[in-house]
Design a protein around this ligand. Sequence first.
Ligand SMILES: [Zn+2]
Length: 422
Amino acid sequence: MKKKFVIWTLVLFSLYGLLLGLYLFQWADFGVPDAYKGTAADPATFMTDRQLELAEDYSRYKDFLSFITEPLEWVIYLGVMVFGVSLIFKQFSERASRFKIIQIPLYVLLLQTVTTIILFPFDYISRRLSISYGISTQSFSSWMRDELIGFWVGFVIMAILITVLYWLMNKFKKRWWLYAWMLLVPFLVFMMFIQPVVIDPLYNDFTELQDKQLEEKILGLANQADIPADRVYEVNMSEKTNSMNAYVNGIGSNLRIVLWDTTLNRLKDNEVLFIMAHEIGHYVMNHLYMNLLGVIASSFVGLFLAYHLMHYTMRKWGEKWKVKDVSDIAALPVFFLLLSLLSFIASPVELAISRNAEKAADEYAIEMTEDPEAAVGSFQELTVNGLSEVNPPALVKYLRYGHPTMMERIHMLEQYQEEKQE
Ligand SMILES: [Zn+2]
């Protein structure tokens, strides 16, 4: 089985890499459709030839890397089962302690360490790529610090979740997936609540807005939508990147709007106000709560399917892998593999819903600011500074884009302007 696994992995991966390469570097059309040529949505009207070339190259490499890494994670989970590594980890953690409360986190730590080490070179290449195209400005030590924080935060969360999960699996053979989901709901709400005040500050500094003149305008806008001043934050990202961003996160009293300082520093005031209005749109239309509901609903379906698929997999391969049953910790990589596959299958739907919400926020923002010139300007600046691909190939859009493409976004603004003039 080991030999077969290695051969099949090599064959399928090479084939996949080849097709992916051909798609991204040969077949896919990055060009601008005729209908958009010469409009504000055509990058040739606001980027230099050099920038256009860089943006296209950067997108191809970045997409290639992200599409290659995704199935690699599946190969790792399958590999640790086939080669008995999972079994070794289990035996090691059992020898280290008699207590499940230590055994399970220890097993999780070993598995996470292996996946992180194997995926690390890809993370590193992605960082190098971003630096070489002038996007990331983060030093190696600062980046490494973020990686380590991510590792340990991920470990603590995972160790808690998996310990509870296996306790449920052992206690309720048939209903564990349902009870796991019932406990997951308050956990998700709790995580969303602490995210902006506990997790995010581990990585970056959050402050109130520094530029007092701009602050007045931004808060004036927030006021129009009945959003209190203490909901608006600035985050110090200029020491890490040249790209710009803003977002809404948190829940309840921790719900907040965050603007990257790069956005505040590089855009004109009325352009910042359009970006702010877009975030206000998310806030006012309760997109975060809808997102939470979506996660709750999809995790119900996901856990139900994972339960049945776990039993099927164990019946078929459990003996070969020397794994007793579903509730054996050595079967955890299978559970991770199934969840990852399921979320991959669900992602086009999730992304389509997200693109719709983003479109609604853009529409809200342009109605609120009524300044299409600033709106178009802000999107063009965002594109140039992040070297974004204005019109990505279809596969990239449907499998990766949580926002409409910049071409669609700018085109919508232009249409708004035309309608207004009529
Ligand atoms: Zn948005």
